[in-house]
Design a protein around this ligand. Structure first.
Ligand code: ADP
Length: 151
């Protein structure tokens, strides 16, 4: 079993619509272990890096503006296969296509204002966690539920 860490950003659309509690509750209920969490205001500089793969897309500046429209909440979760679990709980990019039961499928009707960012691969997770968290902002502690989650 491989223990992984993954990055989640609750976007301005989640913060502004008052969905922080509902979404973090979903990850808690699933059994993911929260090891880092903070509110931050994103900048053009960090978004140029984070969304570099979109730099040639016509909506690049619009997406960056949307991510800077208010503070976001960044979270780091740990768990066995955490990257794939969180990604499948997230759903498709376009909230109108995302399957009901997923976070985007339940809370979004937009390609852009789609509530949440989640790392899509082990390489991305590693880079994104380092981009948004200092090492001392991540906490190693034992969950008392551990033996009731895995065998
Ligand atoms: P994902 O967030 O599902 O990993 P991408 O990395 O392709 O998807 O895109 C990053 C973000 O850019 C999306 O979450 C969304 O906010 C925005 N985005 C992607 N495609 C579009 C689009 N066609 N129109 C507007 N915004 C988009």
């Amino acid at each position: 079993m491989s223990l992984e860490r993954t990055l989640v950003i609750l976007k301005p659309s989640a913060v502004q619509r008052g969905l922080i509690g509902e979404i973090t509750t979903r990850f808690e209920r699933k059994g993911l272990h929260l090891i880092g969490m903070k509110m931050m205001q994103l900048t053009d500089e960090i978004l140029n890096e984070h969304y570099a793969h979109l730099s040639e897309r016509p909506f690049f500046q619009r997406v960056k503006n949307s991510m800077m429209a208010s503070p976001v909440v960044v979270c780091c979760y740990e768990g066995v296969d955490a990257i794939q679990i969180v990604r499948s709980m997230t759903g498709a990019t376009n909230g109108r296509v995302a399957i009901p039961g997923t976070i985007r499928g339940d809370y979004s009707v937009s390609s852009q204002e789609n509530i949440i960012h989640t790392s899509d691969s082990p390489k991305a997770a590693l880079e994104e966690i380092a981009r948004f968290f200092k090492p001392e902002e991540l906490f190693e502690y034992k969950s008392c539920a551990q033996s009731f989650l895995y065998y």
